[in-house]
Write a protein that binds this ligand. Structure first.
Ligand code: ATP
Ligand code: MG
Length: 532
């Protein structure tokens, strides 16, 4: 999910974030509003029921304290102390009558003045009021109870007070003998008598229907939610289009141009026109600067490459010139001697011995030219290798065998240190023979009589190594960088052409190997490294 959101476009992310924020905001605001208004409705209802309760108690108090004593006095004056006019003297009756009229005016209110065992059976308490009577009987200190009860007509807020027996009420609710006869005739003695002062004889309650007000509160909360959401939604759309115009579009433009440049559809150095001075403007300017820098850098690189190319051409020409000069020189030398002998042979009468000497000089001249051209051909063509699995030690043994005459002539000592565990390698044995032979002959030439030549073969990682060390005077510093150059030699015409190391290097490189050397006044070691 997080990955998916991360892959979304900037404008979609922005829309999602703002959408979620708006939804949360509207929901939270509506919930807070709902609870605030609900609380307000309950507080209002409580206050109203309390006012009505006070009103009804005031009516009851007036009946009890003023109207009833005055009526009893008047009745006894007329000799009718046994009489009672319930319509004017019963607090319960008067309260109920007043509230019945009140309810006609304001339907939402309800009033009850009930007892567990009332004189008038109509005033018997229902289950809820019975529970309230028990509650106040148990908790004598409690003088008021408020709460919401689910009734058949819906939710109602009830304010309930206990009716406590007072002394003035004992005449009608104490011993039936003391009560007005008319009361006994009307209601009998089964209920409402034998009360004691301080007894909780019933409860009176004022209730208020909450459903309509609560429904109103719900509707207001919902209306606010939807109205808020749609208003904020419009605001959000306006914001989003501003965001797209100010941010997304210029960024997309920038990204597209950048991509086009990278993919080569647009020329490097292309710029995006911008007159803005804000962050997007700065970004565009930076992009333009970067594009320009890249263009300049590319131009410089192109130029540098064309230099480098020219330099390589020049070097190639120079080495070609050197090579040609070398070849001309190397072939011209023996040719000079050969021409002299040839002229002598034709022009002068010479004895048989001199004739043979001249012919052999011409022959060795041919040999030399042939040797040079053969080596050159090998070098130039880089004739293909004939690869086989061969033992490097065996190749070296062959080479030592071949050069044994030269070695014994100089009374040199040969030290062999061969690691017999070197695996066979894939190589051209003839070519390697040529390389090793040149190294051995070079070492023989460099070493004075009775010197030592050490030949080593070993394996390291995925390479095998061959080294040829001599105890000669070493390679002078001034010529170290030239020994691999074609025709570079310090030897006489008879001994060397200066192509040995050039060809060796080329052969070893054909084998993906490497040839190096270390030299000092005490001698020289050549190392050949070949992949196994
Ligand atoms: N072991 C060595 N000790 C001292 N100098 C060396 C040694 N090996 C090579 N050189 C120097 O490097 C030069 C070039 O050697 P390279 O084998 O290419 O040619 P060369 O031996 O002179 O002639 P050739 O073509 O017959 O081999 C030699 O002439 C010599 O001066
Ligand atoms: Mg040589």
């Amino acid at each position: 999910m997080i990955m998916k959101v991360a892959n979304l476009k900037l404008s979609t992310k922005f829309s999602l974030a703002v959408g979620v924020i708006l939804l949360l905001f509207c929901t939270t605001f509506s919930i807070i509003l709902y609870y605030y208004l609900k609380n307000q409705v309950l507080t209002d209802a409580e206050e109203k029921t309390m006012i009505i309760m006070s009103q009804i108690r005031s009516v009851g108090a007036y009946v009890r304290e003023t109207l009833r004593p005055a009526m009893f006095e008047t009745l006894s004056k007329f000799g009718a102390s046994d009489k009672i006019i319930i319509e004017a003297m019963s607090t319960t009756h008067v309260s109920l009558q007043v509230m019945a009229r009140f309810k006609k005016e304001v339907e939402d209110y309800g009033f009850a003045r009930v007892s567990e065992n009332p004189m008038n059976p109509n005033n018997k308490a229902d289950d809820f009021h019975l529970a309230m009577i028990n509650y106040f009987s148990r908790n004598k200190n409690e003088k008021l109870w408020k709460g919401i009860i689910n009734t058949e007509e819906g939710k109602r807020l009830f304010t309930v007070r206990p009716i406590i027996m007072e002394y003035e009420c004992l005449r009608c609710h104490g011993n039936p003998h003391d009560a007005p006869k008319e009361l006994l005739v009307k209601y009998g003695t089964s209920g409402g008598f034998y009360r004691k002062v301080g007894d909780v004889i019933g409860v009176e309650s004022v209730s208020y229907v909450l459903d309509r007000d609560l429904a109103n509160v719900k509707r207001i909360a919902f209306d606010t939610f939807f109205f808020g959401l749609s208003t904020l939604g419009i605001l959000f759309l306006a914001l989003q289009s501003t965001f797209v115009h100010l941010v997304t579009k210029p960024l997309n433009n920038l990204a597209r141009t950048f991509k086009d440049i990278v993919e080569g559809k647009e020329k490097l150095g292309s710029e995006i026109p911008s007159s803005r001075t804000d962050e997007i403007g700065e970004l565009t300017n930076s992009f333009n600067i970067l594009s320009r820098h890249l263009y300049e850098a590319e131009e410089k690189l192109k130029k540098a490459a064309t230099l480098e190319k020219q330099m390589m051409e020049t070097e190639k020409l120079a080495s070609l010139g050197q090579l040609s000069a070398g070849i001309a020189h190397e072939i011209n030398n023996p040719l000079g001697g050969m021409r002299l002998c040839f002229n002598n042979l034709i022009e002068s009468n010479m004895d048989e011995q001199s004739r043979q000497l001249h012919i052999s000089t011409i022959n060795s001249g041919f040999d030399r030219i042939q040797r040079i051209t053969k080596q050159l051909l090998d070098f130039a063509k880089g004739s293909p290798l004939s690869m086989k699995m061969i033992s490097i030690c065996k190749v070296m043994d062959n080479v030592l065998q071949l050069s044994s005459y030269l070695i014994s002539k100089k009374s040199l000592k040969i030290v062999k240190e061969f690691d017999e565990n070197i695996p066979l390698i894939n190589a051209d044995s003839n070519k390697l023979e040529q390389v090793f032979l040149n190294l051995i002959i070079n070492a023989i030439h460099a070493t004075d009589t009775q010197g030592i030549i050490t030949v080593r073969c070993w394996k390291e990682d995925n390479y095998c190594f061959v080294s040829v060390s001599d105890t000669g005077k070493g390679i002078p510093e001034g010529i170290r960088s030239k020994i691999f150059d074609p025709f570079f030699t310090t030897k006489g015409v008879e001994q060397g052409t200066g192509l040995g190391l050039t060809v060796a290097k080329s052969i070893i490189e054909q084998h993906k190997g490497d040839i190096t050397f270390e030299t000092s006044e005490k001698g020289t070691t050549f190392f050949v490294k070949l992949p196994i």
